[in-house]
Design a protein around this ligand. Structure first.
Ligand code: ATP
Ligand code: MG
Length: 463
């Protein structure tokens, strides 16, 4: 037989039906999902036990003098060493070899930063800008398209803000729980997620409604167990510490998805319930935000009720997308959905508000920016330039490069800021870090600008 010069046929030709049947196996029933899930759980536990420390907790790496003076506290190395020598009470670091580089925990870096902030030159930015009397800024990272870099962007921003000296809270609204596992969160069920805060918000609404019903002589609608239990929960009890000394977490896990079914049921029962305000109001009421500078909210790839809550809570909205036709296209549709969703909430509310002679509802964000992620300049420059031309200021000027540093790191290390630079080629590390530092810088510009606007507004109001 003469062999075909084009090589063998592609693999989808000549599949034998009987062989295919033999390979197929028995049909899968509902129980089959249970078996698959149990196999995954066993494998996951195996992996997790390898990736974690003996005591089961994640540990953050140490930071070297080089890294601290290069990236975190802007002082010359010599000056840094002198200050440490003159102040034996300050953390002195530890070295792996005699006379080798000194390494510090992030906690120690924060103490050093505070020292430089109070004792050091006022001309230098040792402590990041945070106007007095202004509340924490909430940042939602959202796009209904999956896999565009929401979680990576949110996690890296949270870490860079923490390295920059801010106190950070991360809220995971995605029942996939990726953000939660990045920060080593432990979430047993929906009661350790934002779910009870949303339930409590509805329960309070129902209590007020019940009072009205009773005043009218109607029978109240009894609150079920879930709602009664939720009334006892405070946001503080949902916050967990992470292996980052200045990043806390409200985590998520699969059961949080239940909220997407429960919220519309509550909304049907309590037509006047402002479900979009549930997260904002609950966090504000409990005063959790007072303890933080910046709150990052990671959202699922959907415009469901959880995302709507996250978006309504946010001061700054970041929408990551790749510079590809498909992602540009669906991001356009995402903005369209935001327009109609928030527009219809406002319209419905304002009809009632107008009837009562009250001021209407108008959602407002300090800044909304699309952010190009996973950018490959050699392939995507044209598309990115086109996006820039059409989106103008809405597109953040910095494009976050695709970097091999992400996704390659093992279970233990999540992203660039947790990786030890000695594990990488210096140049690869520097380039990867540079692009995420620039992503942070572009974000910090929005953060500082919006705080400044509030600060000036408050000054004007006081005059
Ligand atoms: N700058 C980058 N360079 C290289 N890979 C990246 C970069 N940003 C994200 N990724 C990779 O892209 C994939 C998707 O990222 P990520 O999980 O952050 O997206 P997502 O929008 O949160 O996804 P989902 O919609 O499932 O929540 C991940 O494998 C991540 O490691
Ligand atoms: Mg995600």
């Amino acid at each position: 037989m003469k062999s075909d010069p084009r090589g063998p046929l592609p693999p989808y030709f000549n599949i034998d039906p009987d062989a295919a049947l033999a390979a197929l196996g028995a049909p899968t029933a509902t129980d089959g999902f249970g078996q698959i899930a149990r196999a995954c759980t066993a494998g996951r536990e195996d992996l997790a036990s390898r990736g974690l420390e003996e005591n089961g907790a994640r540990q953050l790496r140490l930071f070297s003098t080089w890294e601290i003076t290069r990236y975190l506290i802007p002082v010359a190395v010599g000056h840094f060493r002198r200050v440490l020598k003159q102040n034996p009470d300050l953390p002195q670091g530890r070295s792996e070899t005699d006379g080798g580089a000194k390494w510090f925990t992030l906690d120690e870096v924060l103490r050093l930063r505070a020292h430089f902030g109070t004792e050091g030159s006022k001309a230098k930015e040792y402590l990041p800008y945070r106007p007095k009397g202004q509340s924490a800024k909430m940042v939602a990272v959202a796009n209904f398209k999956g896999g565009v870099g929401k979680t990576s962007t949110a996690a890296h921003l949270a870490m860079s803000a923490a390295l920059d000296g801010y106190k950070v809270l991360v809220i995971d609204l995605d029942s996939q729980g990726s953000m939660t596992s990045i920060f080593g969160g432990k979430v047993a069920d929906e009661w350790q997620t934002v779910f009870p805060l949303l339930a409590r918000h509805y329960a309070r609404h129902q209590r007020v409604e019940n009072q009205r019903r009773m005043d009218r002589g109607d029978a109240p609608q009894p609150l079920d167990d879930t709602l009664s239990e939720a009334l006892e929960i405070r946001a503080q009890s949902l916050v967990q510490k992470t292996h980052w000394p200045n990043i806390d977490l409200i985590g998520a896990q699969l059961n949080l998805y239940w909220a997407e079914f429960q919220i519309p049921v509550w909304r049907m029962q309590g037509r006047g319930w402002k479900l979009w305000d549930a997260l904002t109001d609950s966090l504000a009421e409990d005063g959790v935000l007072d303890a933080y500078d910046v709150v990052f909210i990671d959202t699922p790839p959907a415009l469901g009720y959880l995302t709507i809550n996250g978006l309504a809570a946010a001061d700054i909205l970041l929408v990551p997308l790749g510079a590809s036709f498909l992602e540009f296209d669906s991001t356009g549709r995402f903005f369209d959905m935001l327009h109609s969703t928030f527009g219809s909430i406002e319209e419905a509310e304002n009809m009632a508000a107008r009837a009562l002679g009250r001021e209407g509802l108008a959602f407002q964000w300090d800044a909304v920016r699309a952010v190009v992620t996973r950018y490959d300049g050699s392939q995507q420059a044209e598309l990115a330039a086109l996006m820039q031309a059409y989106l103008g200021q809405t597109l953040s000027p910095h494009r976050q490069d695709f970097t091999a540093l992400i996704g390659q790191a093992g279970e233990q290390v999540q992203g660039i800021y947790e990786a030890d630079y000695r594990d990488f080629n210096r140049e690869t590390y520097a380039r990867g870090r540079e692009t995420f530092d620039a992503t942070y810088a572009a974000f910090k510009q929005l953060l500082i600008g919006s705080w400044r606007r509030d600060e000036l507004g408050a000054q004007e109001a006081a005059e």
